[in-house]
Design a protein around this ligand. Structure first.
Ligand code: HEM
Length: 327
């Protein structure tokens, strides 16, 4: 089939896999007694107020939706560890950054969420493969946690096509990190920007690593590291979008492929103002963020998520947020 730039190709049987994933995710959370947490990214390493400053963008391909003119929005940031359990920050993991912009009546949605992880691609291709992966996780959850989590990657060894995928995925193993603001966060899956398909990322505005991973640390050391930084100064991050250049090399329907290329445009600054994260007000605000839902489908139509992994996330995030709000 001849693929076109910016186009989605949803398979006919997708809805069946999405429902199976929701049922299995809920069964898994009941079995592991984690219903009151998020299904993934259960532990926040920080939740705080920030500013999102849209740049004066020269490249007209990027001037759509929120990025159409320079302006500033109030933002809420939630940094997280990837797993659905609460565990010490020093354990190897993927790390998340979720941004919620309060955009008032600037578009066809009152908020715009951007949800990212510090990997360039998602390990699973699409909804069908995720359904198989979720079944595998559900089987493993009968084993003791330490054994089950070690056997997770074996999922990729069952079929030849998954083995080549595993080679790609293996480049992005969960790791220890020293600071949540010295990471590069990626959308991993594609989005619309006008008629184009893009992926986006957020990374330090000027990169010089000033922290190092401690050999031993308190469970919440990432929270404390950020509090210490913001007590002294603001921190600035930068959002960039990468354009799809070739529908085969940069597929929309396979989230496990890294889009190699340099067609990248800077679109915004994310400024974390100097603040006292340990104050009672900040702590109370951080607690209120735990009750919120960050979902890539909280979006203006010009920034809509595309591709199978993103279509799947719509119903899954709603079900996860609904389950924890009933606890
Ligand atoms: C491109 C791929 C993905 C990225 C970048 C991503 C990133 C994230 C992040 C950062 C969060 C935490 C949001 C917050 O702070 O509230 C999150 C939550 C979550 N993710 Fe993903 N994720 C991806 C794919 C998926 C997929 C495929 C599934 C399952 C089908 C999934 C299931 C969940 C669930 C259940 C939550 C918790 C939602 C809630 O209770 O509010 N994610 N994800």
């Amino acid at each position: 089939m001849q693929l076109e730039l910016g186009k989605e190709y949803p398979p006919a049987d997708e809805a069946r896999f999405v429902q199976q994933i929701i049922d299995d995710s809920i069964a898994l959370r009941k079995r592991t007694k984690t219903e009151r947490f998020r299904g993934q990214h259960a532990k926040a390493t920080a939740g705080l107020k920030a500013k999102f400053e849209v740049l004066d963008i020269e490249d007209s391909r990027a001037r759509h939706g929120l990025f159409s003119q320079p302006r500033s929005f109030d933002a809420i940031l939630r940094f997280s560890n990837g797993t659905g359990r609460i565990q010490p920050d020093l354990i190897k993991d993927g790390r998340g950054l979720a941004i919620k912009l309060m955009i008032g009546n600037a578009g066809d949605s009152p908020v715009q969420d951007f949800v990212m992880i510090n990997f360039k691609s998602f390990p699973i291709r699409d909804a069908k493969q995720y359904a198989a992966f979720m079944r595998w996780r559900l089987h493993l959850s009968r084993l003791p946690e330490a054994i089950g989590s070690r056997m997770m990657p074996a999922f990729f060894l069952f079929t030849p096509s998954r083995i080549s995928q595993f080679a790609r995925v293996a480049r992005h193993v969960p790791k220890k990190i020293s600071s949540v603001v010295e990471e590069e966060y990626h959308s991993m899956s594609p989005y619309r920007l006008g008629t184009a398909a893009i992926k986006f990322s957020v990374s330090p505005e000027t990169f010089s690593r000033t922290s190092s991973v401690p050999s031993s640390a308190e469970d919440d050391f990432l929270t404390k590291e950020l509090a210490e930084r913001l007590r002294k100064d603001e921190v600035a991050l930068r959002m960039r979008v990468q354009f799809q250049q070739d529908p085969n090399r940069h597929p929309v329907e396979d989230a496990s492929v890294i889009w190699e290329g340099k067609d990248v445009v800077d679109v915004a600054r994310v400024v974390l103002p100097q603040q006292e994260l340990a104050s009672e007000d900040s702590q109370q605000f951080a607690r209120s963020i735990e009750r919120m839902s960050f979902n890539p489908w909280h979006t203006l139509s010009q920034h809509q998520p595309i591709g199978g992994i993103n279509r799947l996330r719509k119903a899954v995030y709603e079900a996860s947020s609904a389950l924890r709000s009933t606890q």
